[in-house]
Design a protein around this ligand. Sequence first.
Ligand code: NAD
Length: 282
Amino acid sequence: MAVVIDGKELAKKVRGNLKIECENLKAKGIRPKFAVIMVGDDPASKIYVKSKSKACDEIGIEYEEHILDDKITQEELINLIHKLNEDKTVNGILLQSPIPKHLDIDEAFKEISYKKDVDGFNPVNVGRLLLNQDTFVSCTPYGIMKMFEEYKIDLEGKNVVIIGRSNIVGKPLMACCLNRHATVTVCHSRTKNLKEKTKNADVLVSAIGKPNFVTADMVKDGAVIIDVGINRGENKKITGDVDYENVKEKASYITPVPGGVGPMTVAMLMNNVIKATINQNK
Ligand code: NAD
């Protein structure tokens, strides 16, 4: 039976270390500050934003929220981003997605200074990740890499199979695993013979958003299973993409949902804010 990777506990440890780093920075007169931009009042975004502000409070990072009317223009949004880029007291900037459809989020991400882009979505940072250069890694893949490090799961020479090719999970995770010398296969909705690919995985990551999609027959004995999916059931119960009860019998390591990848995402965001602050004060 698999070892359960405890993302909640690891995230707590990461936040604890960041709190100490934050105190050290403050002792030198440096106060880390994080600015979040939210457009409109999407209920899920409100929950995500709240968890970010809570983590900032715990660590001692100053938190600034900009809630914009859902009718703002692209120009007004970009003007705010430019203002925050120029504000020397702000170290990290995040634009919460989704934003209303009349706005272009990719264009907006491009305008966030790559030095303050703690979400790692600016094309400069995405490119630097591909080139295996120091960068801000987007927070979900970064959290997964932190789990591998903590549980001493070495990727060198391993077959890593990722289901899902989004810009926020699948693609940056592909680059992270390649940089750690894994052989990486990225699967998606048009992949043929998916099971053939997943059966070959030493490490299998699912990031698609479909409950019970990954079943035990798709998994090799002893594989490491990382479940990124967040699915809300009828009774509001949250589940991942993996048939957890059956797959855990075959796997060597597995992440639960909730309490796996999710808590790591916010912790690594906080890590990026502290990193940005240190870089900007060198
Ligand atoms: P997305 O919705 O942008 O893309 C889904 C991906 O899954 C696509 O690449 C698609 O090709 C692939 N896919 C869909 N159906 C498939 C199928 N039948 N077979 C193979 N591939 C298929 O994805 P996203 O934004 O990366 O989110 C994926 C899931 O991860 C969602 O449940 C989301 O809520 C969750 N998520 C969790 C965190 C976290 O912190 N835990 C962070 C981001 C996303």
